[in-house]
Design a protein around this ligand. Structure first.
Ligand SMILES: [Zn+2]
Length: 265
């Protein structure tokens, strides 16, 4: 499912990838949407059929050999490029050795996160954040991991998806939160500067971004659909937030089923 931010305060615009075409989802709000998994899964990287999906969309060989499936992607501070053991050094140069941003977001409360600069604001929309604020920029993914580790002493790095989907998230003053955190983490940041050089960490003076989602009604109780348990899922589309479709019969995290061949009705 692809998402782009809405223009001037409008809700994000979602498109479901169906074969080579895109099915606009926002216009299905309030209408029936049926999804039936055929039982087939194609690896999102190599296209080969796989019986099981690994790391949300890969076949087993890709999962074991691609750098993007390595644990250092989730835990960038464990990057092992300089040990000469990167699974795909050329890929890493384009993805890990690129400017990364450390941001604060409000998805189910305050959280810290990192992303490649080019992934803003997609990353925030994927998480269902209602507000986000870039705070620091560094040159590599690993450096962003070290900075994030420091922030994690004071702030969550996960989203409580149930709270995010209930839409009961209080707005936050992200600028005040940033200033508070930077003050608390001053000595930790100074240590990192000593290690990587004064220039490695750049303070960003950004304004918070507000993000809106196409939601008519949030679910009162969260029931989740799962293609692995039941192949046909359907209901009236009440909203879309993050990577979730909110149907009146339950919610489904489409990211989890990346690569699943689905018939849409
Ligand atoms: Zn594959």
């Amino acid at each position: 499912m692809a998402v782009v931010p809405g223009e001037s305060g409008r809700p994000a615009d979602y498109t479901l990838r169906v074969g080579d075409a895109g099915l606009p989802l926002n216009e299905r709000l309030g209408h029936w949407l049926g999804l039936e998994w055929t039982g087939a899964i194609a690896c999102t990287h190599c296209g080969r059929a796989t019986r099981k999906s690994f790391a949300q969309g890969y076949c087993y060989p890709c999962f074991k050999t691609l750098a993007q499936c390595d644990t250092c992607i989730v835990k960038p501070e464990t990057c092992h490029f300089f040990a000469g053991t990167c699974r795909e050094p050329v890929w890493a140069e384009h993805h890990c050795f690129q400017p990364h941003v450390v941001y604060l977001a409000n998805s189910s409360g305050l959280k810290v996160g990192i992303t490649r600069k080019s992934q803003i604001p997609t990353r925030w929309l994927d998480q269902g954040a209602i507000q986000a604020l870039p705070i620091l920029e560094v040159d590599t993914r690993q450096q962003s991991g070290f900075v994030e580790m420091l922030f994690k002493e004071r702030v969550a790095d996960r989203t409580n998806w149930r709270a995010m989907l209930k839409g009961e998230v209080e707005r936050l003053d992200l600028v005040a939160e940033r200033d508070r955190l930077l003050a608390h983490l001053d000595s930790g940041l100074a240590n990192l500067r000593e290690r990587f050089g004064a220039e490695f960490l750049r303070l960003l003076d950004s304004s918070p971004t507000e993000l809106e989602y196409p939601v008519h009604q949030f679910p009162g109780k969260i029931v989740s659909h799962n293609f692995d348990k039941r192949r046909d899922v359907g209901g009236t589309l009440m909203g879309i937030k993050g990577q979730y479709l909110l149907l009146d019969t339950g919610v489904i995290n489409l990211r989890k089923f990346t690569g699943y061949e689905v018939v849409v009705t």
